[in-house]
Design a protein around this ligand. Structure first.
Ligand SMILES: Cc1cc2nc3c(=O)[nH]c(=O)nc-3n(C[C@H](O)[C@H](O)[C@H](O)COP(=O)(O)O)c2cc1C
Length: 191
């Protein structure tokens, strides 16, 4: 059976390098991996009063996608040495959904930045934030796309050979970890 991966991009920009990276991941995905996109564009700012009236449809939609997913790929931009507010806000909402659709599942991280560190600082913050979600974040490989404006073509293709190889390695590791967890914890994965 195919592995279903839900990809979450932390930037809403049309030309976002992180969204381009996710679309590249769809093209490079191993044969047994299907990558679906989460749309964060209509997720409102977290507000406990809104939650008390009922989760917004956008949050329930992503939570349902997460429930159906076997694994996750998160591509985050780096904003002021951390993750974007868009991504943090989505995580905040999803962490409140009682069914905990992320719990126990593997997560691969990636980041693209126009800076020289490729979003490394944001990724390490993201690791901390994800602790509460009780997910299995891959330690390695790490994928940082630095000077992203030089590594994607005008058409949005990742043209840098080393970055493409890094993406292949990340997706392969995510597939291996997903199969491993499914074999060791079939009940948790099916829940
Ligand atoms: C508010 C803001 C803060 C930023 N802070 C950083 C930063 O701390 N480190 C970095 O490498 N790039 C930083 N950048 C540049 C982003 O890496 C760059 O805009 C990148 O393209 C954003 O990701 P995206 O292409 O997916 O939208 C910042 C950009 C914005 C808009």
């Amino acid at each position: 059976m195919s592995i279903r991966v839900l990809a979450i991009g932390g930037s809403l920009r049309k030309e976002s390098y992180n969204q381009q990276l996710i679309r590249q991941a769809q093209r490079q995905a191993p044969q047994d991996v299907v990558i679906e996109l989460a749309d964060l564009s209509d997720v409102p700012l977290y507000n406990g009063d809104i939650q008390a009236e009922g989760f917004p449809a956008s949050v329930l939609r992503i939570a349902e996608q997460a429930a159906q997913a076997d694994a996750f790929l998160i591509a985050t931009p780096e904003y002021n040495y951390s993750i974007s507010g868009v991504l943090k806000n989505a995580i905040d909402w999803l962490s409140r959904v009682p069914s905990a659709p992320f719990q126990g599942k593997p997560v691969a991280l990636a980041s693209a930045s126009m800076g020289g560190l490729g979003g490394a600082r944001a990724q390490y913050h993201l690791r901390q934030v994800l602790i509460y979600m009780d997910v299995h974040v891959l330690n390695k490989p790490e994928l940082f796309i630095s000077t992203a404006h030089e590594k994607f073509s005008a058409e949005g293709e990742l043209t840098d050979v080393a970055s493409r190889a890094g993406l292949d390695a990340l997706l392969a590791a995510l597939a291996v970890q997903t199969r491993r967890l499914q074999a060791s914890e079939p009940a948790a994965q099916a829940a």
